[in-house]
Each structure stands twice: as C-alpha cells, then as structure tokens.
Design a protein around this ligand. Structure first.
Ligand SMILES: [Zn+2]
Length: 304
C-alpha cells in the first residue's frame, strides 16, 4: 500500500518533469521519428543523398534533401536542413566516409536548407549565389553569433569548384522559387541537384519576399535543361531522385500553370475562384494540387 503510494507519487513527479521538459525544449531539433525517417542513400559512386521530407507532417520534417559529395580532399555538402540537424547530418556522413566536411553549398536562403550552417566549424567554406547571401543576411537565424553561418564565397552566373571527377559546377539560371537558386551539376557523375526549383510534383512555393517569380519560373527551368544536357539523374528539393524527363515535364507544368493563372486573372476571377477552377492533375498524372492556392496568390501579386 505504502509502496503503491510512493510509486504513484514518483510516476506523477516523472510525468510532471516530462511536461516541464517538453515546455522548455527548444522549438527546433530532430524528433525521434524524424531521425528515424532520415536515411543516407547512394545516388552514384561518391555522391549520396541524406533524405529530406515534405514540410507536412511537421513532426517528421527535417528540411530538404542534402547532397553529400565525397571528394579526394573532403566532403562537400549541399544544404544543411533545419536548425538542429548538424549532428544528424555528420552522423549520416560518418556511415559512408571518414573524411571531414570541407564545404557547404546552399541552394537557396530558406531555413530548411540553411538551418544548420552555423553549427559547422569556421574552417568549412560556405558558398551560395550572391542574392542568396543577401537574403540570408536578412534572416534572424543569421544575426549575431550565427552570422558565421553566412556564405563566405558568392558568385553571379557560374562557379566551378574542383576538377576532374571532383568537379562541381554551380549555376544561376534566373528567378523562380527565390531570386538566388543555385543548380549544382556533378559532371563526372551526370547528376544535377535542383534545390527547391523542383521540390515536388505540385505548384512550387514562389517566395516573392525573396525575389521569386512564378512568371519566369518555366523559363528558368528551360535554361537549366538547355545547359545541363549530360545529366541522367536529379537530386531534387524534397522528393526522391528524379529523371531529367521529369524536370522537362515540370517545366511544361509550370508553363501551363502560369498561363492558366494569367487567364483566370484576365477573366476577373478571385484567387479563390481561380484555385477552384484550375486543375492540371488530369494532364499531369502523379501531380497533386495542394499547393495551388499560395502559388496562384503569388502570381496574382506579380501580375498587379
Ligand atoms: Zn525553399
């Protein structure tokens, strides 16, 4: 009897301290489920992908896919997921190589791709498009002490890093998801990494606050397709590895989508009416329309 009471008291104290801990826990950082869902996959030879996830469900969200390129001199990673994921990224890399991370390339400014930059040591080089550096500098996440996570090196149109089988080419092809989206080509492996310019098979997130454009989106993809012809696999933003044909299809989708929004706007439809009437899922099998409304709103704002 006494024992039961003591036990009961201990259990409720335990529950109480758990509740306190939960309230005091930092808002970011991997949940056990999100860690469980994150794997490292070989894309080709010395190139791997640490899997990302879709922003929903939230408790499984880790950020975007991370490219892991093991070169002779060290590991180049492309993107760093949400804040709090640095150790998880390092742990995954350790399962495929002992080499240290020497460089971070950020595809764009968003916190689910740059979130863990600041936890890497200062010896790690950080590279991004010049507009992305400017966008990141405006973020609270890179203020004060965390400014050390900002890019140290930027470029305008194209930047080549390394040579031979270790070469990576960074390209800026124009506005779309933001105004600073880098496309990375690994020429020796015939792989391109698209960042969130191709995140999923649905309308894209068009971040007008960071210079994104729904009207220029398809043309930007077109430049990527025209330049990166010797590619047969794509690491994309938040989905499994894709083929170049699927990016070509996404370009067509974005052309059709922007045209449909333009017509709806011309016909005097509200954003809600346009969202209700536009549906490209029959023409594009495997596509969803969960993200139409926000993209339509962004294009309406752009057309103003
Ligand atoms: Zn993004």
């Amino acid at each position: 009897m006494t024992r039961q009471i003591v036990l009961g008291a201990l259990v409720s104290a335990g529950v109480l301290s758990m509740a306190v801990a939960a309230r005091q826990a930092p808002p970011q950082g991997p949940s056990a489920q999100a860690l469980e869902a994150t794997t490292i996959e070989k894309v080709k030879d010395n190139l791997y992908m640490i899997t990302g996830s879709s922003p929903t469900p939230r408790e499984l969200f880790s950020g975007g896919n991370v490219g892991v390129f093991v070169t002779a001199n060290g590991v180049i990673i492309v993107d760093t997921k949400l804040a709090g994921w640095g150790q998880a990224i390092l742990d995954k890399i350790k399962t495929v190589t002992d080499k240290p991370v020497t460089m971070i390339i950020n595809t764009h400014t968003h916190g689910d791709h740059t979130g863990s930059n600041a936890m890497f040591p200062p010896t790690v080089d950080i590279v991004a498009h010049e507009n992305t550096k400017a966008n990141m500098a405006k973020m609270d996440a890179f203020k004060g002490e965390n400014a050390k996570g900002l890019p140290k090196r930027t470029y305008q149109d194209k930047l080549t890093i390394g040579s031979g089988k270790d070469r990576v080419d960074l390209y800026y092809f124009g506005r779309g998801h933001t105004n600073g989206d880098t496309w990375i080509v690994y020429p020796a492996l015939r792989v391109m990494q698209t960042g969130d310019m191709f995140a999923w098979k649905d309308a894209p997130l068009i971040d007008r606050n960071n210079g994104g454009s729904g009207l220029e989106y398809a043309a930007t993809i077109g430049k990527a397709l025209a330049t990166a012809k010797d590619v047969d696999a794509l690491i994309v933003g938040h989905s499994p590895v894709r083929r170049p044909e699927e990016l070509k299809e996404y370009q067509q989708f974005m052309t059709d989508f922007a045209n449909a929004v333009r017509e709806a706007q011309k016909a005097g439809k509200t954003v809600d009416e346009a969202t209700a009437s536009i549906d490209l899922t029959a023409k594009y099998p495997g596509y969803s329309k969960e993200r139409y409304r926000a993209a339509i709103q962004a294009i309406y704002d752009e057309l103003k």
